[in-house]
Design a protein around this ligand. Structure first.
Ligand SMILES: *[C@@H]1O[C@H](CO)[C@@H](O)[C@H](O)[C@H]1NC(C)=O
Ligand SMILES: *[C@@H]1O[C@H](CO)[C@@H](O)[C@H](O)[C@H]1NC(C)=O
Ligand SMILES: *[C@@H]1O[C@H](CO)[C@@H](O)[C@H](O)[C@H]1NC(C)=O
Ligand SMILES: *[C@@H]1O[C@H](CO)[C@@H](O)[C@H](O)[C@H]1NC(C)=O
Ligand SMILES: *[C@@H]1O[C@H](CO)[C@@H](O)[C@H](O)[C@H]1NC(C)=O
Length: 422
């Protein structure tokens, strides 16, 4: 028996028709590749730099604390200078970079002439909500992008210009929103509110409803106990990781037909309607680190499914895929299901239902008596000529705990680009 791996023995006794072709799955490699392929173009970081603007005459008025490089004549760089106040911003400036300073207040004086501003970066300062002058941003009718991450805001900023397309407010202490302050943001496509103190009462005013062009909403690492109410139907990316959401109302997603990616890891989901995620555009679904006991219906376009760290004992393929339609194949390529309570690999029928499925990552499974079982990743060599899969033959180490945990790298969120937050 020495030549048989324990897993093969297990498989043998369970009488399951699975060939003992196991090899380590390079989680990170694969993850990176596919994610980039899918998401690269979605949310490129735009600096709003007008490279084409010709430089006719030397501009005067650059604040003495800052620098205004000749090759970017519409930008003023004031970052990393231990500034305590915002310098006066000349009228011709379109981008002002004020991040990494000790600024405590946003004063109207500094912005009085700066009506051409398109982007303001005030990340990593010490700004409190009361120290933002009333209506200071309101007259900046060209403003597209406002960065206020890593400050001390307690409230969603008020009286913002309607032109805004992206607002980044992560890493503050926001727990209040004045409902009338945000209802005019019709051009907003991206709103980041991760790492704040938002709870259900903060969102009672349904502040997102009128953001009719909103595509990406980040509410991760807050204190929500229910799904956020009144989301606009334009939404494509919704990030709700690390809240305390325990259920999803039956018809919640009916108003969100465009949803492409839903991230709900690290919540308290337990019983959810079995077809709740039947969304025709959903490509990525992450419900890892919840309390789910059962599988659910897998929509046809879903490609990546994350179920790790739940309470699933049996991944019921009939529930995931009630019918096999040979004309309309499901697109699922990857399932991560480690740290559940599976006792055996999933029925191989799953590969019939999901013909694009190339890997199920089982990792370690927990059993009732606290023991762990190692169900290694199955690799079905469906495409023997695929040179990419041959490349992985060099690696025979299973992914260690650390590598797997990289998925919840606390810093992943920093860069704001959706593809990097996956
Ligand atoms: C704003 O522009 C006016 C007129 O050009 C000028 O007199 C004033 O000093 C400017 N104020 C600031 C704060 O730059
Ligand atoms: C919103 O965006 C559209 C299209 O880019 C633009 O024409 C319109 O002026 C913008 N609205 C505001 C209030 O800036
Ligand atoms: C979730 O949020 C809590 C604080 O509310 C924090 O301590 C914890 O590290 C977060 N977990 C993850 C995975 O981000
Ligand atoms: C999923 O939604 C489609 C319509 O979008 C519907 O035809 C189908 O019956 C639904 N499937 C389940 C299992 O709810
Ligand atoms: C899977 O789900 C179907 C439909 O709910 C049920 O009839 C069947 O018994 C389940 N199979 C297992 C192995 O639990």
């Amino acid at each position: 028996m020495g030549f048989l791996s324990p897993l093969c023995v297990l498989v043998f006794f369970l009488g399951i028709e699975v060939h003992c072709q196991y090899e380590s799955y390079q989680w990170d490699d694969d993850y990176e590749q596919e994610v980039d392929d899918v998401y690269q173009p979605e949310f490129p970081f735009r600096q709003n730099v007008d490279y084409g603007v010709p430089f006719h005459q030397p501009m005067s008025g650059c604040a003495s604390e800052c620098s205004c490089p000749l090759n970017f004549p519409s930008s003023m760089y004031c970052d990393n200078r231990k500034l305590r106040t915002i310098p006066n911003i000349p009228a011709y400036i379109q981008q002002v970079y004020l991040q990494f300073n000790e600024i405590e207040a946003v004063t109207s004086d500094s912005f009085v002439n700066a009506t051409h501003l398109k982007e303001i970066n005030l990340n990593h300062n010490k700004i409190k909500s009361q120290k933002i002058d009333h209506g200071v941003f309101a007259k900046l009718s060209n403003l597209l992008q406002l960065h206020l991450q890593h400050n001390n805001l307690e409230e969603f900023p008020t009286l913002l210009p309607k032109s805004l397309e992206r607002i980044l407010l992560g890493y503050n202490e926001i727990s209040r929103v004045q409902t009338n302050a945000v209802d005019a943001l019709v051009n907003l496509t991206m709103l980041d509110l991760c790492y704040n103190q938002i709870d259900d009462s903060t969102l009672q005013g349904r502040i997102f409803a009128k953001m009719e062009n909103l595509m990406q909403l980040n509410l991760c690492n807050n204190r929500l106990e229910s799904m956020p109410p009144g989301l606009p139907s334009s939404l494509m990316y919704l990030s709700l990781e690390n809240n305390s959401i325990s259920s999803i109302p039956e018809k919640y997603f009916n108003g969100l037909p465009k949803l492409h990616a839903l991230r709900m890891s690290h919540n308290k989901l337990q019983d959810i309607p079995y077809n709740i995620f039947n969304l025709s555009n959903l490509i990525e679904l992450n419900v890892g680190h919840n309390k789910l006991k059962q599988a659910f219906y897998i929509p046809r376009n879903l490609e990546h499914l994350y179920l790790e760290n739940n309470e699933i004992e049996n991944l019921n393929v009939t529930v995931m895929c009630p019918t096999v339609d040979l004309l309309y194949y499901h697109h699922l390529t990857y399932i991560r299901v480690d740290q559940n309570k599976l006792k055996e690999p999933v029925s191989s029928y799953i590969f019939l239902c999901f013909p694009h499925l190339h890997s199920i990552y089982y990792g370690e499974q927990r059993s009732a008596d606290g023991q762990t079982i190692q169900l290694k990743t199955q690799v079905y060599r469906r495409f023997p000529d695929d040179s990419e899969s041959e490349d992985h033959d060099d690696h025979h180490e299973g992914p260690g705990e650390e590598e797997i945990e990289e998925n919840i790298d606390p810093h992943y969120y920093g860069s704001q680009e959706w593809q990097e937050t996956i």
